[in-house]
Design a protein around this ligand. Structure first.
Ligand SMILES: Cc1cc2nc3c(=O)[nH]c(=O)nc-3n(C[C@H](O)[C@H](O)[C@H](O)COP(=O)(O)OP(=O)(O)OC[C@H]3O[C@@H](n4cnc5c(N)ncnc54)[C@H](O)[C@@H]3O)c2cc1C
Length: 293
């Protein structure tokens, strides 16, 4: 039976979209089509969905707001699990629970109104809480791993809370890349006046004004130890290099902009950058972006 019918039969109330175009739901704006996208409305229904997909061996991929992914071209006979309807946000003192589908902007304004500081550094990063936790998103000063106390997930078919130490956070990585969904995150902030939070957020947002405009995935490569990946790419003279509609930004060489190209153009450009940087410097760049599916 086709995937849509199997999902509809098992979950009559689940929001489904078929087919689902990756290009419309990713910041890079490229990629092929997936058979079905499913958007559960709660942590529990998401856990049931993930358990079903795992038990039935149905291929699936998790998608936040699509700000750090490069979707493959072509048809994907599987399911995109979306978290956009899971937007529960609650606070007790400085402790915050945020569902995986809460956007960075919603989290920041919720915390600002309640005088919960510690999140301003994330201001302006396009993300969902689920994607932010999975990627350990952040800037130099602060990453998600600094504010996460625990994460609600599904392990061996059961809902489980992982303590921060169990999440294996590292540079742009976490245990959630091993097929575990982030259903929601327990975060901890610090007391701060709304005015001070607004001032800090403004500082971090302003700092981002110099970033390239256009369709991108943010930084493509992780900075190697002690070096900026963007500076390395620039030193190799690769700013402005193009493959089809994909181009290395003139403003920040760690950004690839999509000017009407495909994921294959972007992939080819990534390969050329890696080869050239390695040839000239001996440094092998590691990708920060995630390829899906
Ligand atoms: C213009 C621009 C600027 C950026 N600046 C920054 C920056 O300053 N700092 C930074 O860290 N990043 C930056 N990024 C990258 C991106 O914003 C972050 O990586 C963000 O965390 C991605 O969140 P997302 O919801 O879009 O995740 P997606 O891109 O949708 O997914 C990213 C990865 O997480 C997985 N995932 C998503 N949701 C879940 C979930 N609920 N459970 C399990 N896995 C999940 C996906 O399968 C994928 O592997 C930037 C991107 C852009 C386009």
């Amino acid at each position: 039976m086709e995937i849509f019918a199997r999902l509809r039969g098992r979950f009559p109330l689940l929001a489904l979209e078929a087919p689902f175009a990756f290009s419309r739901h990713t910041t890079i704006g490229t990629g092929g089509t997936c058979a079905v996208a499913a958007s559960p409305a709660s942590e529990r229904s998401c856990a049931e969905l993930v358990r079903f997909l795992q038990e039935e061996g149905i291929p699936h991929v998790f998608l936040g707001v699509g700000a750090n992914v490069l979707p493959r071209e072509g048809w994907y006979e599987g399911v995109v699990v979306r978290f956009c309807r899971m937007r529960r946000l609650t606070a007790r003192g400085m402790r915050v629970y945020a569902g995986a589908g809460v956007t960075g902007g919603a989290l920041l304004s919720f915390c600002e109104q309640r005088g919960i500081g510690g999140f301003s550094a994330f201001s302006g990063i396009p993300m969902s809480v689920g994607g932010g936790v999975a990627m350990n998103a952040g800037v130099r000063e602060r990453h998600f791993s600094d504010v996460v106390r625990a994460v609600l997930t599904v392990q061996s078919g059961k809902m489980r809370i992982l303590r921060a130490e169990e999440c294996r956070f590292s540079e742009k990585s976490s245990v959630f890349f091993r097929g575990l969904p982030v259903l929601g995150a327990f975060l901890e902030g610090v007391a701060c006046s709304p005015r001070e939070i607004a001032r800090e957020s403004c500082y971090f947002r302003t700092r981002r004004r110099v970033l390239p405009k256009g369709r991108s995935m943010g930084c493509v490569f992780v900075n190697p130890k002690g070096v900026s990946a963007g500076a390395l790419i620039e030193q190799c003279g690769l700013k402005g290099m193009r493959c089809g509609g994909a181009v290395v930004s003139d403003v920040h060489a760690n950004f690839i902009l999509n000017e009407g190209g495909t994921s294959e153009d972007v992939s080819r450009l990534i390969r050329l950058i890696k080869e050239e940087v390695f040839r000239r410097t001996g440094i092998l760049l590691r990708e920060e972006i995630r390829r899906i599916p």
